[in-house]
Write a protein of this length. Structure first.
Length: 323
């Protein structure tokens, strides 16, 4: 099969399209013929081993997992003898961080992994980008204890995490203020944001409104900068470690002060999460935003674009053409 392979850490150019063996399929695994995948911030971080501590997970000198890719959508081509949940021919999608491997024509996934059937009538492309950013956004929502009637600000509302967060919050009847640039004001309004703030027109942290939570979906602000936006006892959540890895430390310290708090959620990755996202997609409450599309043999260009930091929503990789 064809796959995007990297045998050393580095820039996008370390990735090459090669012919490799199909993955093995165990008794409780399914073999997915991948139609659609994505390139996202997680893939970029693992490919470049940035921050450096990622090497503790992936290999100090060279990557142990040479085929990256976390998100996938495709069709089950084979199933192990012990598989009872899925069947050959099922159209499925899911998330495979850690094991990776979705940047290839075939992927082996445990039947109890982060995998679910595709809602009836939906295309592979519609659901493939529906797990990576969304499961981070869902972790934000759950760890912040967000509930109906609250006010939440989402900074970075056009990215994979931010665009999902706006929609997930609206599905809970939360009042959402979204922060983005001028070019994407209408896009973010279309996601359901009740109010949109243009960060190019002024400092969003000088907003006069206060919030029950601030979600920094791009990791470009800090608790210190956003603190004045928080109501007493409110929560700040970021997708990144922050300067000098301050966010995990503040997540331990600020609850002891009984004031405004930092949360640093570690997202769960399991089948319940993917099934929940499936229901949101099927109901129309969540629609992954797609920016650009690349065929597998142009995946290096996809990496380059994602690393510009300018992508809107998600970048999709077409692995196998739809029959």
């Amino acid at each position: 099969m064809k796959a995007a392979v990297h045998t050393r850490y580095g820039p996008p150019e370390v990735v090459r399209i090669q012919d490799v063996d199909k993955p093995a399929v165990g008794d409780r695994d399914v073999l997915v013929r991948v139609h659609t995948a994505t390139v996202n911030r997680t893939d970029c971080a693992y490919r470049a081993a940035r921050p450096f501590f990622i090497r503790l997970l992936t290999g100090l000198a060279r990557p142990r997992r040479t085929i990256l890719g976390t998100e996938f959508a495709g069709e089950i081509e084979a199933a192990g003898r012990g598989v009872t949940t899925f069947a050959v021919g099922d159209r499925v999608f899911g998330y495979n961080e850690g094991a990776f491997g979705t940047h290839a024509e075939y992927l082996s996934v445990p039947e109890d992994g982060s995998i679910a059937t595709i809602p009836e009538g939906m295309a592979f492309e519609q659901v493939a980008p529906g797990t990576e950013g969304a499961h981070y956004a869902l972790a934000f929502v759950r760890h912040a204890g967000t509930r109906a009637g609250q006010d939440v600000l989402v900074y970075g509302a056009t990215g994979g995490i931010g665009s999902a967060a706006v929609q997930l919050l609206k599905s809970l009847d939360v009042t959402v203020t979204a922060v983005c640039d001028t070019a994407n004001l209408e896009l973010v309004r279309g996601l359901g944001a009740d109010r949109v703030v243009d960060y190019t027109a002024g400092d969003f942290t000088e907003d006069e409104q206060t919030y029950d939570a601030v979600f920094d979906a791009v990791g470009k602000s800090t608790f210190g900068h956003c603190k004045r936006l928080l109501k007493p006892g409110a929560v700040y959540v970021s997708s990144e470690l922050g300067p000098w890895a301050q966010n995990p430390v503040l997540a331990l310290v600020t609850p002891l002060l009984r004031g405004r708090r930092v949360r640093f959620p570690v997202p769960r990755d399991n089948q319940e999460i993917v099934r929940h996202l499936r229901e949101l997609i099927a109901s129309g409450k969540f629609e992954p935003v797609i920016d650009r599309r690349y065929p597998l043999d142009q995946i290096v260009d996809a990496y380059r674009y994602v690393e510009t930091g300018q992508k809107i929503g998600n970048v999709v990789i077409t692995v196998a053409p739809t029959d």
